[in-house]
Design a protein around this ligand. Structure first.
Ligand SMILES: [Zn+2]
Length: 390
């Protein structure tokens, strides 16, 4: 069917040898391959200057992107050489006086009373409350001591987990400047406390700093306990730490764990990529795929190639004239240029086939080429004779 409409396609049956010759000729005009030497880089820059529409090399794009992230003054947490021995368990246990109570079914006053009972029991331990906070723009932490407080903003790449761990670490730093005594550090981050109960080589880097500092304090005669408290149930010290962390304005240049930086760069990179993609409204794929996510491949290589070519709007039939220097193929029925959009959606000569396969003549490219594609897509392509020309 399509072959009848596409009678005017030019050069479609000519030998592929001609196409290969054109490719060889074009390759002489391609990007200089040696970009490793100074001469190569200079040639690369000149080449890009002469062709503003050309896409810069990966290295150039990566450099520009990383410069915009302002990571120059960022320090990475160094790996602490804490000796983990396989015959000993390493970690810090924490108290949980609320273990048998379910937060969802308990009134805040019950927790406040439980905490008051707990404080009676540990009245000879000086309380220190810590908390971390993360919003869309900043990450911060706070420590509340009996007579003083501290709160700082961390680099925005820090996770909430890092903020909670950093708060405990800074509480220990402050304790280490005081005379030996009994202390108890309260945190509402169960995951942070639990991560310190059993350390292994994949544990968060700062947990080793906490363990190492805690060991040193114990040797100096300190007794430092950790305890979990539920958040937002009216425990005054925890509420105070929570408010301080949220309102922190001073920045502290703390080293950031490498895992946080990697995650931060990935999120920024994806966001940057999505922003660029949002502007590409003229791109054929953009009308089908708005979000940059990974779409599954088809198990059959040939079908996957056909589907991909349709999605990007570039097929052998609609675009080979560019390589062969011929005129673009025209639809004789509609007197317009042949495009994937025209063949699949617009051409009125193919309405009957559309109705048979898609049960409608009014469809969009997104309807049939979306993530999982329309189940009758390949039947339609074969029915109109387009499949073998893609
Ligand atoms: Zn047409």
């Amino acid at each position: 069917m399509l072959c009848e409409i596409l009678e005017t396609r030019t050069g479609a049956d000519k030998s592929d040898r001609r196409l290969q010759n054109v490719r060889k000729e074009n390759s002489a005009d391609s990007l200089p391959r040696d970009c490793s030497s100074t001469k190569g880089l200079r040639e690369n820059r000149l080449w890009l200057k002469a062709r503003p529409c050309a896409i810069p090399s990966f290295f150039t794009r990566a450099s520009e992107f990383l410069n915009n992230l302002d990571l120059e003054n960022l320090q990475v947490v160094p790996l602490l050489k804490y000796h983990l021995t396989p015959w000993n368990s390493h970690g810090l246990k924490f108290l949980n006086p609320f273990k048998t109570f379910d937060k969802a079914n308990m009134a805040p006053i019950v927790y406040q009373q439980l905490f008051a009972d707990h404080r009676d029991l540990y009245h000879n331990f000086i309380p220190v409350f810590t908390d971390g906070s993360r919003s869309s723009s900043s990450t911060s932490f706070a420590c509340v001591f009996i007579n003083s407080t501290l709160s700082f903003q961390l680099h925005s790449s820090c996770s909430i987990f890092t903020a909670e761990i950093t708060a405990i670490l800074h509480a220990l730093y402050q304790i280490s400047n005081s005379p030996p005594d009994n202390y108890i550090i309260y945190s509402d981050s169960f995951s942070a406390l639990e991560s310190m109960t059993s350390l292994h080589r994949f544990s968060h880097t700062l947990t080793f700093n906490i363990l190492e500092l805690h060991d040193r304090l114990e040797c100096r005669g300190f007794s430092v306990l950790l305890c979990w408290v539920p958040s937002h149930v009216g425990i005054s010290g925890n509420e105070h730490a929570d408010n301080l962390a949220k309102s922190a304005t001073d920045s502290i240049n703390c080293p950031v764990p490498l895992s946080d930086i990697k995650k931060y760069v990935k999120i920024k990179l994806h966001s940057n990529w999505q922003s660029q993609w949002n502007l590409k409204e003229a791109n054929k794929l953009h009308s089908i795929k708005h979000l940059i996510t990974c779409w599954p491949s088809l198990p059959n290589r040939k079908l996957d190639t056909v589907l991909t070519r349709l999605r990007i709007g570039h097929t052998r039939f609609t675009h080979r004239h560019l390589l062969l220097g011929e005129t673009a193929p025209l639809c004789t029925a509609c007197q317009c240029q042949m495009t994937v959009l025209h063949i699949l959606i617009e051409c009125r000569q193919l309405n009957n086939q559309r109705i048979r396969c898609f049960h409608s003549s009014c469809i969009t490219l997104r309807d049939i080429l979306h993530k999982d594609h329309h189940p009758q897509l390949f039947t339609f392509l074969r029915m109109i004779g387009f499949y073998s020309l893609i």
